[in-house]
Design a protein around this ligand. Sequence first.
Ligand code: HGY
Ligand code: MN
Ligand code: MN
Length: 399
Amino acid sequence: MSVTQLLAGIEGVGRDPKRGGYSRHGFDRAELELREWFVAEAERRGLAVRTDRNGNLWAWWGQPGPDAIVTGSHLDSVPGGGAFDGPLGVVSALSAVDTLREHGFTPTKPLAIVVFAEEEGGRFGVPCLGSRLLSGAVDADVARRLRDPDGVTLAEAVAEAGLDPARLGRDDEALSAIGTFVELHVEQGRGLIDLGMPIAVADSILAHGRWRFRFTGEGNHAGATLLGDRHDPMVPAAEMVLAARIAASEVDDARATVGRLVPTPGGTNVIASAVDVWLDARAPDDARTRRVLDRIREMAAEAVAREGCELTVTEESYGDTVHFDTGLRDRLVGLLGGVPTLPTGAGHDAGILAAHVPTAMLFVRNPTGVSHAPEEYAEPADCETGADALAAVLGHLAG
Ligand code: HGY
Ligand code: MN
Ligand code: MN
């Protein structure tokens, strides 16, 4: 089946009428529906599907075993996300299996398509949660206690999805089965637009952290409280949002974003008692990322002192710069006829697995250059080029 046909099969799942685009989060109704769709498509292809202890789905072509060639991505989205970030890698893998079969290919090594759980962290706040749990990059007890915005813990959510929360954690059996991992992903940026090429092989991923800044003050009445009597946490929170841009602009090639800010209690005529602000900071290396964070903390602390408020900062996730296996990267570049290599500012499950197994990524051109928004797009012709390239890579690695 073509990528376009496969994507059409899920285009109605998890649409977000309020934000536009899609909202499909770890183990929520939309993502569970996508999981059912994936299992049906995999089983239709005679692939044996298993759910691992961390809720990642594995569809096997051949008996699971060591040195497997694994491909795949994720099906969850950011709130109001696009149709391609994640699903393109999963449907391209299904389409690549069809292409290999049509050419009479039989793998000489086990081959699997994996769908990782909660890659965006859109529900429980930790990105690549499924691959981080699998590889032990996040503590299982900490993960079990993660809460979504409604207060539901990860333990409760996975139990509701039929998993045993006590079994969440590093999965040596699953990890040791992976010989090579290759993830295809829509490009989140303009690299391929500027190069005028349909696909590329990944070079590296920026260092990336997420922190929660909790500003606390004195909740009070918006009309009856004189300015001099206020300890309004929204004021230093607002200054911290501006500090993020200032700090990132001072560090070469750094990025800092505040996309989520939640006041408590959140009334129009109420001075907040607390404001939670989430920072996403990234840079080409650890030192620069940490410098951005330190600078923001400095400016936030000054703002908090001026308003007589308190601040606590909690690191929710951190990953250092990822450099993909250069031998594998160059092998794929050669195999695909000299396609370009590109760095990416976006995190991926491939970035987590790269610390454990030889890992590569393929990017497919996104003519809008926009991602994590409904405008994200990939042309059908480029999608097919990507899936054909993935089929060639899988055939080469598992041939
Ligand atoms: O946030 C990221 O970079 C990725 O899209 N999860
Ligand atoms: Mn994403
Ligand atoms: Mn993604």
